[in-house]
Design a protein around this ligand. Structure first.
Ligand code: A2P
Length: 371
């Protein structure tokens, strides 16, 4: 499956042409020219849709991808927009650049965009752990945006969907320890991995051989330890290390005790996770439900009578992280531990939506910034 541009119209006219460059920190400077780097990718397509449905104010849109995609068009607000090849000259006049084309592209081009005066919201891991780069989930640490130097990092998708429901609990009863096992969808590895899941499943059902090209193992009717390299020192893979380090940075607790096991499952686009937290004081499941019932970005799906709990299919296409299976962890007699299960759309809250929310906060007039 290839995520094709939505519209192949012959009209290659852009939505609008920027007349002047928008200075950094476009709040108060009018709507920016927005660039999407990796516009044709799984996240890029969702960035476009998020800008559209959230009516993000922009003066023009520049869609950037590899030379392979140059000349295609994608539809935005009912008009075709041409996809251009990413070059070092792509950022002239750009006020906001949303990057989702991998960390190599971000490392090279994000500093160029920032030098041109754009605010960069980067979906890759390139700058996340840099001390002077804010790593932001708006529901958690919007205040970290203050004093950014042009590049803002969007966290790892699993760290976002796990962090959103845990943060409001942490505000009431500080979390001392998090143990998480993830069930991660194909979308986290991009459009080609989603295509591989579909194609290999079809081949399996038809009894045809299928050689994996994107992921290291057979994906149909299988699951495997996350496809990032293992650190020989710790035994954790790259994804697990990101979840641990990024959760600590986002929560602002450098020594937070976190352990993660990250697994790739044959699901197209929403990540799930089984999470156990240990709080500072005793906490009851009903207290957690009451906290999460009013938490931003969270939807309780905890219907024991109907055995209806968070599922990736239900989470797909939703902005909220679904949370349920909230129960006392019986292995902790102190009553301080809670187990829960969650599912969140990796392409939305785990990536595109979070990035657009960040952009909204950066552009909001001072004092009106809200997640
Ligand atoms: P393209 O579609 O032209 O290959 P995904 O995460 O779904 O795999 O998407 C990756 C995105 O990054 C796509 O939009 C892809 O564009 C883009 N991309 C990949 N390599 C480059 C490159 N060298 N220059 C610009 N964009 C790239």
């Amino acid at each position: 499956m290839r995520l094709e541009p939505l519209n192949r119209s012959a009209n290659l006219g852009p939505v609008a042409s920027p007349a002047v460059a928008v200075p950094r920190g476009y709040a108060g400077h009018g709507a920016p020219l927005v660039a999407i780097v990796g516009a044709t990718g799984a996240v890029g397509v969702e960035l476009l849709r998020c800008l559209e449905r959230r009516r993000f104010p922009l003066s023009g849109l520049r869609l950037l991808a590899s030379a392979r995609s140059a000349g295609k068009t994608m539809e935005f607000r009912g008009a075709p927009v041409p996809v251009e090849e990413l070059t070092e000259d792509s950022f002239r006049g750009v006020g906001l650049a949303l990057f989702s084309a991998g960390s190599g592209i971000s490392k090279h081009y994000a500093p160029i965009a920032a030098r041109e005066g754009a605010i960069v919201v980067d979906n890759s891991s390139a700058f996340r752990m840099d001390a002077d780069v804010p790593l932001v989930v708006p529901e958690i640490n919007a205040d970290a945006l203050a004093g950014h130097r042009g590049i803002i990092a969007n966290p790892n998708c699993a760290a976002i969907v796990v962090g959103v429901p845990l943060w409001p609990i942490h505000q009431v009863n500080p979390i001392a320890r998090i143990i998480v096992a993830t069930y991660q969808a194909a979308s986290g590895a991009g459009a080609a991995a989603m295509a591989e899941l579909v194609d290999s499943t079809r081949a399996h059902l038809e009894g045809r051989a299928f050689a994996p090209k994107v992921l290291p193992h057979p994906y149909a009717f299988n699951l495997f330890s996350h496809n990032t390299p293992i650190d020989p020192r710790t035994g954790y893979n790259g994804e697990e290390s990101k979840v641990i380090a990024e959760t600590r940075k986002i929560f602002g607790v450098p020594d937070l005790r976190v352990s993660a096991t990250c697994v790739r499952v044959p699901v197209l686009r929403a990540h799930s996770a089984a999470v156990t937290i240990e709080c500072g004081r005793a906490i009851a499941p009903d207290e957690v439900r009451a906290i999460l019932a009013k938490a931003p970005g969270v939807k309780l799906v905890d219907d024991a009578a109907r055995n209806h709990f968070p599922m990736p299919l239900d989470a797909s296409g939703q902005d909220d992280v679904l949370v349920g299976r909230i129960r006392q962890d019986v292995s902790d007699p102190s009553g301080r531990s809670i187990a829960l299960f969650l599912a969140g759309d990796q392409l939305l809250k785990g990536a595109a939506l979070n990035a657009v929310q960040i952009a909204e906060l950066v552009g909001a007039p001072a004092g009106r910034a809200r997640a």
